[in-house]
Design a protein around this ligand. Structure first.
Ligand code: ADP
Ligand code: MG
Ligand code: MG
Length: 209
């Protein structure tokens, strides 16, 4: 299947639903090493993303993601709002005016999102942030496509890699964001942003299956 307006909209819809269903879990993770608002921030941001998509009625999958990103940026506080908002906007712009993006183009869009998050937040892999979920996911997505995989199988590979990346954040000490203020006490917990990222990429795998 191709990544079209319907698929892109279904992805944001499924992301909002799964984040809402996991809001308490995300808040609990952030309560352990942050300020306990990540669940609320993500639920509010993705609801705003859906509202902006409904209002703008975008004609391309790229414009769906741009509308989602603008909705998130406008309505979400915290570190995650600008980071996710910019990531979705840059992913959307990377798709250009294609009406049906290929798996390769979706890989390029995910890479653009990763680059945007790294530029804006200054985090590298291993700093215990959402980058630790997204970086391996982008690599796995691209590898799957290079091996002849389609959008569905590449999205499953990306979601699996994001979940492994989330698990790998547990022993890390945070070097970016609020959790870094805890120093060594940030060790032993999943990173909340890596957790929401894994949920959002699992949603992509589900809507492209
Ligand atoms: P805040 O920390 O401002 O309350 P959230 O709780 O919504 O914002 O988001 C926290 C998450 O944001 C972290 O778990 C981490 O994954 C991500 N994050 C924070 N700072 C950065 C950064 N500089 N680069 C990448 N991700 C970051
Ligand atoms: Mg927080
Ligand atoms: Mg906060």
């Amino acid at each position: 299947m191709a990544f079209d307006v319907q698929t892109a909209t279904a992805w944001i819809t499924a992301s909002e639903a799964v984040v809402k269903a996991n809001e308490a879990r995300l808040t609990g993770l952030d309560a352990a090493i942050g300020d306990g608002d990540h669940g609320a921030n993500m639920a509010r941001g993705l609801a705003a993303a859906l509202a902006n998509i409904a209002e703008k009625e975008p004609a391309t999958p790229g414009d769906v993601l741009v509308a989602a990103g603008r909705g998130i940026v406008a309505k979400t506080g915290g570190a995650s709002g600008p980071l996710y908002g910019t990531a979705f906007r840059r992913a959307g712009k990377a798709l250009g005016d294609a009406t049906e993006a290929t798996a390769e183009q979706v890989g390029d869009a995910l890479e653009a999102a990763l680059t945007a998050i790294k530029e804006l937040g200054g985090a590298a892999e291993g700093d215990k942030t959402m980058v630790d979920g997204l970086a391996p996911a982008v690599a796995a997505f691209r590898q799957a496509v290079a091996d002849g995989g389609d959008l569905a199988s590449a999205s499953v590979a990306a979601a699996d890699a994001a979940e492994a990346g989330l698990a790998a954040t547990v022993p890390l000490q945070a070097r970016k964001g609020r959790a870094s203020y805890l120093g060594a006490r940030s060790v032993g917990h999943e990173d909340p942003g890596a957790a929401s990222l894994a949920l959002i990429l699992r949603a992509l795998a589900e809507v492209t299956a």
